[in-house]
Design a protein around this ligand. Structure first.
Ligand SMILES: *Cc1c(COP(=O)(O)O)cnc(C)c1O
Length: 393
């Protein structure tokens, strides 16, 4: 598993091996007696016979995600989905049913929030929310509600608050709950939640994993084969499978995951310190800084690199932040994150547009907030770009 090598899947018949996985752009595979036996014995979960069940290119991407999380064997303990939301929804609905309770972070990705607010309750589940960074509240609510599932995001958007993964995992396991973590913002470069007690990691592979803003995909990773099978059965019945070409782009993007993340995290840390000295800026929020409110948790959860996401609060409110955003020449005014280009957005008109100013403030999102997903341009180019945007009247 440590080998940084592609190993062809079952459908490969040649004596030589391709270095790069072929794109098996096929829906179906010619069957033989062994394949029929597997289909009849195990429901076809492990056989390559139809692309919604298995596909060698998708398997290659799954093995690579599992490897980044330090778990799994040659077969991989990841499943690849059509999107991050397909991974999250399929995983949660696999684990939660009518009468079950979920204890979830109050701060989650917007569409996950909809899922927790509307769709899981519609299925008969109860969802209780706690502040992501409030470890005592996690402990109290988990003990009180005896949930089936505990759900949080390693790093919240855009405040970059941390869930204390080992502490919440311990509280979850004490009541027999499964701990599901969305690790999209932190990435397995900065933290591998399975090593800190999480049972399942879900990710929008659209972001840093694929890394080139050119593919929508998702992943769920676990070390528990029974859990993997539970989720895979729903992947098959709900149908949120990845297309082989998207899986190829994801695999291709992950070839440079470590170097991209090393550079982007280094740049984010350097830029955070540089921006803290800029008069236009009221506040810099970066988990690697000593003034971050969860600095002690950061040292436990992401000790080596504090991520490539950086949030700043500008003097002058949201209007000023919007004006700065439009003047950027290097940073790109776009939502999403994790590309090689720095992507910059203002929560008030994008990720958090459906909240009132008061609701955003209550959630800790200050007027003037600018969210940056740091790419590969380097801190000097990004600082110069931000400065010219601050200076233009
Ligand atoms: C983007 C994102 C998602 C959803 O992923 P898609 O690939 O867009 O479906 C979920 N969680 C977080 C934290 C995200 O940033």
């Amino acid at each position: 598993m440590d080998q940084n090598r592609y190993r062809p899947g079952r459908a490969h018949t040649s004596r030589t091996y391709p270095v790069i996985p072929p794109i098996y752009q096929t829906t179906t595979f010619e069957l033989d007696d062994r394949a029929y036996a597997d289909i009849q014995g195990e429901g076809g979960l492990h056989e390559t016979w139809y692309t919604r069940f298995n596909n060698p290119t998708v398997d290659a991407a799954a093995a690579e995600v599992a490897r980044l999380h330090g778990g799994g064997d040659e077969a991989g303990h990841s499943l690849i989905f059509a999107s991050g939301m397909a991974a999250i929804a399929t995983t949660l609905v696999s684990l939660v049913g009518a009468g079950d309770t979920v204890v979830a972070a109050r701060q989650t990705y917007g569409d996950t929030d909809d899922l927790l607010r509307r769709d899981l309750p519609a299925l008969g589940a109860t969802v209780v929310r706690v502040d992501a960074h409030d470890t005592d509240a996690w402990r109290t609510m988990i003990a009180e509600h005896q949930p089936k599932v505990v759900y949080g995001e390693t790093l919240s958007n855009p405040q970059l608050r941390l869930v204390d993964l080992p502490a919440v995992a311990e509280a979850a396991h004490a009541v027999g709950a499964r701990f599901v973590v969305d690790n999209t913002f932190a990435t397995p470069y900065c933290t591998r939640p399975l090593e800190l007690g999480a049972d399942v990691v879900v990710e929008s592979a659209t972001k840093f994993l694929a890394g080139h803003s050119d593919v929508v995909a998702g992943a769920a990773t676990t070390r528990d084969p029974a859990l993997l099978e539970e989720v895979q059965r729903r992947l098959i019945t709900f149908g949120g499978c990845a297309d082989p070409h998207a899986a190829f782009l994801l695999w291709r993007g992950m070839r440079t995951f470590r170097v991209r993340l090393a550079e982007s995290c280094r740049t984010a840390a350097a830029l955070a310190d540089l921006l803290a000295k800029e008069p236009a800026i009221r506040d810099v929020i970066y988990p690697g800084r000593n003034d971050h409110p969860d600095a002690a948790v950061v040292r436990r959860v992401m000790p080596d690199a504090a991520g490539a996401m950086l949030t700043v609060v500008l003097h002058g409110g949201d209007e000023r932040a919007g004006a700065v955003l439009r003047r950027l020449r290097v940073g790109v005014e776009a939502t999403s994150l994790g590309g090689v280009e720095t992507l910059v957005s203002t929560p008030f008109n994008s990720s958090h547009f459906n909240m009132t100013d008061e609701e955003r403030l209550a959630a800790g999102i200050q007027p003037g907030t600018l969210r940056l997903s740091i790419g590969l341009e380097g801190e000097e180019a990004l600082l110069a770009d931000l400065r010219q945007a601050f200076d233009t009247p």
